[in-house]
Design a protein around this ligand. Sequence first.
Ligand SMILES: Nc1ncnc2c1ncn2[C@@H]1O[C@H](COP(=O)(O)OP(=O)(O)OP(=O)(O)O)[C@@H](O)[C@H]1O
Ligand SMILES: [Mg+2]
Length: 248
Amino acid sequence: MIEDPRTLKAIKNLESPRSVYLVVSSKGGVGKTTVSTLLALVSSIEGHSTGLLDLDFVNPSTHIILGLDPRVIKYEEEKGVKPYMVLDNLYYFTIVSYTMDNPIALRGGDASNALWEILAIVRWNNVENLYIDTPPGIGDEHLDILYRLRRIVKPIVVATPSRLALRSIDRLVDILREMGYGEILFIENMGNGLLRSYAIEKKLIYTGFIPYISEIEESIGSIEKLLKSDLLSYVKTIYKNLRGFTRG
Ligand SMILES: Nc1ncnc2c1ncn2[C@@H]1O[C@H](COP(=O)(O)OP(=O)(O)OP(=O)(O)O)[C@@H](O)[C@H]1O
Ligand SMILES: [Mg+2]
């Protein structure tokens, strides 16, 4: 099969970071965006050059957590697109700087084209850890990424302790296994450790839990408040547990 040149460019771009984490879940609203943004913040304050890429085109929301007005997010072009520097160590790409927060409806093929275009043009060459936020569910275009980038990305499955959520997580895990992912990282959000045994049973790598913290709403939109929030110590533990797992 002849590879699309964009796939090859995407692979080249994503080979630069030491680790590329794709934050996924078969369920909506489990905290993928919160977790990916907080992990990126923790990684950057721990002194590592970090990237955050928002691949949720339908409901991009990492900028809301970071408190960034889409109008201030600007990219320089230099042999591709350079992500926007949010903090000294934090580089960021989201489509809201183009769409200005207007929802865009992309059909399957267009969504896939947009995804590969972004992966092919945005350069992460000075980044050590890259965190990618994805939309809910396991749509074709994301399956495509997981399949084509299976040697590069490390999937992090986020789940909440709910029986209904776990049923769909089971299916996602099966799909990842069929694609050849041996090590699948796992984060329990809005829980208290209950899913550790589930993760062990499914041979997932349990990296920790984040409890339900109602005050999170007050911190959203302010990096300063997020960094002081009660959530952070949990995210730091997870960040450390993820560090040994770098490649797909
Ligand atoms: N540990 C937590 N404690 C309390 N609230 C949380 C926690 N994690 C996430 N939330 C809240 O849950 C809601 C969903 O979170 P988030 O948007 O990160 O989920 P998501 O999986 O990205 O959703 P979607 O599938 O729509 O992209 C948000 O209002 C967020 O503030
Ligand atoms: Mg989200």
